[in-house]
Design a protein around this ligand. Structure first.
Ligand code: UD1
Length: 332
């Protein structure tokens, strides 16, 4: 297929592009490089450096040689849950208004299908665990609310314009390309594992553990970490599925295993052979104690099986990317 990957230079996007290329698809990356890296754009891809708020560029990107692309994968979004509570206007504009522009450019050019990066943040405080797709959706941060709004829009576009879509609700994406090919790192990360890695390479002095008095086995927060390459594979399969079955999908992508903050940094110390100092800090507002996915639906519908999502592989692959970056900056 001819696929436009919006946000394809970003952390998850670049891994999705790699999976599509391995699958034999033709890919054009559309990215404003605000958080993505040019070095993450594979040389065999077309590249459009533009913003999703730019309707003219978007409309042009929907066509390859005058014909509509076969699908769009949309991963371009602001994603820091805490920041979204302080800057709702920016999140509304980029995430919601930006996606509306993408959808309208797609329907205007008759592009028939979309895979959309949604998030476990649509669920909010868990009512039960593991969280399945039928769990109530009551986001506790504005980031999650933007993803949920977009899911609502997708339902209407599917109904009114026959736009087929897959909304993939990621749990905690982590790890790096196991082949070591994707090396552009996120700038100013806010997520746990990249922060641990930045401490390990000496870019930050310590890890702040946001609360050690949760009702969990060791008192620290528990999350369902899923390897970015496993996420990427699910995009390829979900796209095939919606194309072949002319259907829409809303699926969780997680592993059903919970890992605590403490387990993560202790394992990182072993894998990286670095001290990784930690400091206990107050809880972060809006953080639930424990989030774990049910991914039974993804298993059943897509035959999806995470291969790289065990904590050791997550950390080993991330460490490889960060250690390489440390070596690069040390040799400058
Ligand atoms: C949040 C969203 C998730 C989204 C992701 C994208 C919610 C409930 N979840 O995940 O849907 O895809 O952001 O960015 O909104 N931690 C520390 N110290 C740190 C950083 C994190 O202790 O410096 C802890 C957190 O308290 C949490 C765990 O590590 O227990 C994971 O945090 P993080 O990586 O930020 O992801 P979530 O908040 O779970």
């Amino acid at each position: 297929m001819n696929i436009l990957v919006i946000g394809g230079a970003g952390y998850i996007g670049s891994h999705v592009v790699k999976a599509l290329l391995q699958h034999g698809d033709s890919v054009t990356v559309y990215d404003n490089l605000s958080t993505g890296c040019r070095e993450n754009v594979f040389p065999e891809c077309g590249f459009i450096e533009a913003d999703i708020l730019d309707e003219r560029r978007l409309r042009a990107a929907m066509l390859t040689n005058g014909r509509p692309v076969d699908a769009v994968i949309h991963l371009a979004a602001l994603k820091a849950a805490g920041e979204s509570m302080l800057e709702p206007e920016r999140y509304a504009e980029h995430n919601i208004a930006g996606t509306i522009k993408i959808l309208n450019a797609m329907t205007g050019a008759d592009v028939p299908r979309l895979v959309f990066s949604s998030s476990a943040a649509v669920y909010g405080e868990p009512r039960y665990l593991p969280i399945d797709e039928a769990h109530p959706t009551e986001p506790t941060n504005f980031y999650g609310a933007t993803k949920l709004e977009i899911e609502h829009l997708l339902r209407w576009y599917s109904h009114l314009r026959e736009l087929r879509y897959a909304a993939l609700r990621y749990f905690n994406a982590a790890g790096y390309d196991p082949d070591g090919e994707i090396r552009g790192l996120e700038r100013n990360p806010a997520n746990l594992l990249p922060i641990i890695m930045e401490v390990a390479i000496g870019k930050r002095s310590n890890l702040q553990v946001f609360g050690d008095d949760y009702d969990t086995a060791d008192g620290t927060g528990v999350r369902d970490y899923v390897h970015v390459t496993d996420l990427a594979t699910a995009h390829v399969t979900a796209l095939e599925r919606i194309a072949e079955h002319n259907t829409d999908l809303v699926l969780n992508l997680g592993t059903e295993c919970g890992v605590s903050v403490r387990e993560m940094y202790e394992l990182a110390r072993t894998v990286a052979e670095r001290t990784i100092p930690v400091e206990v800090a107050p809880r972060r507002a809006g953080d639930p104690a424990k989030l774990v996915a049910s991914s039974a639906a993804a298993r059943e519908v897509l035959g999806w099986q995470p291969r790289y999502s065990d904590p050791e592989t997550l950390i080993r692959t991330a460490w490889r990317a960060y250690a390489a970056s440390g070596a690069k900056s040390a040799s400058k």
